[in-house]
Design a protein around this ligand. Structure first.
Ligand SMILES: N[C@@H](CCC(=O)N[C@@H](CS)C(=O)NCC(=O)O)C(=O)O
Length: 240
């Protein structure tokens, strides 16, 4: 199995950490987002979507992190808790995965985009109203993660870790690279993060996040890479 990833990306970290937790052997194929490699002709042949993560298993190519994680569970007969067979527990996992794209993921990414990438792409600090509203949206999503999805449970699906927790935790980590700590003042989320981290081999979890937490290294990489034009143009559309 080949996984096309860049650990700057939360869905890539989810797929990476998930594959490792399940003990699935794979070849790590770096698609450097900061070099715009997602727009290369070669990668375009693999995925017309031009986004990571992508999985290639033999001749079978799959995009979308949550679809990739579900594929891994079924193909490798993973322990039940990762994607429980029980009707209602599985529904809880799917409920979170359906919600997150337009909520927690979108909102945590926006904080990262406006605080970290905006100045680099647009050549100026993001307008205050955009910064404020992205923070407000993120807070709303974190509140829902705590009060709707976690409640008083140990994990999103109940007593055991599932792919929903993996998909969630990597998103909450993303704004840390912008100096915004979504865990601050939320002890329930901190305790949940530590439980999930433990299930994902703690050290590996930290290593997978090293790249995103090294903000100056990221900026340096972007300045060094000359082939960033398409990435910049794409981001400009989102940021305007
Ligand atoms: N819904 C997709 C999201 C994939 C995605 O947005 N990937 C971003 C990185 S986080 C990407 O590759 N962006 C490249 C670009 O837009 O140029 C998933 O869950 O896999």
């Amino acid at each position: 199995m080949e996984l096309y990833l860049d650990l700057y990306s939360p869905p890539c970290r989810a797929v990476y950490l998930f594959a490792k937790a399940l003990g699935i052997p794979f070849e790590f194929k770096l698609i450097s987002l900061t070099s715009g490699q997602q727009y290369s002709e070669e990668f375009g042949k693999l995925s017309i979507v031009k986004k990571v993560p992508v999985m290639k298993d033999g001749s079978f190519v799959l995009t979308e992190s949550t679809a990739i994680m579900k594929y891994m569970v079924q193909k490798h007969s993973a322990a039940d808790h990762w994607f429980p067979a029980d009707l209602q527990q599985r529904a809880r996992v799917n409920e979170y995965l359906s919600w997150q794209h337009l909520n927690l993921r979108a909102h945590c990414s926006k904080v990262f985009l406006f605080r970290v990438l905006y100045p680099f792409i647009m050549g100026a600090e993001a307008p205050k109203d955009k910064l404020d509203s992205s923070l407000e949206d993120m807070k709303q999503s974190l509140h829902l993660l705590e009060e709707k999805f976690l409640q008083t449970k140990l994990f999103i699906a109940g007593d055991h870790v599932s792919m929903a927790d993996v998909a969630a935790v990597v998103e909450v980590m993303q704004p840390l690279s912008a100096g915004v700590d979504g865990f601050e003042g939320r002890p329930k989320l901190v305790a949940w993060r530590d439980r999930v981290k433990k299930e994902l081999h703690g050290k590996l979890f930290d290593e997978a996040h090293e790249k995103i937490l090294d903000r100056s290294g990221m900026m340096q990489k972007m300045q060094d890479d000359s082939d960033l034009l398409k990435f910049k143009q794409n981001l400009q559309k989102i940021l305007r």
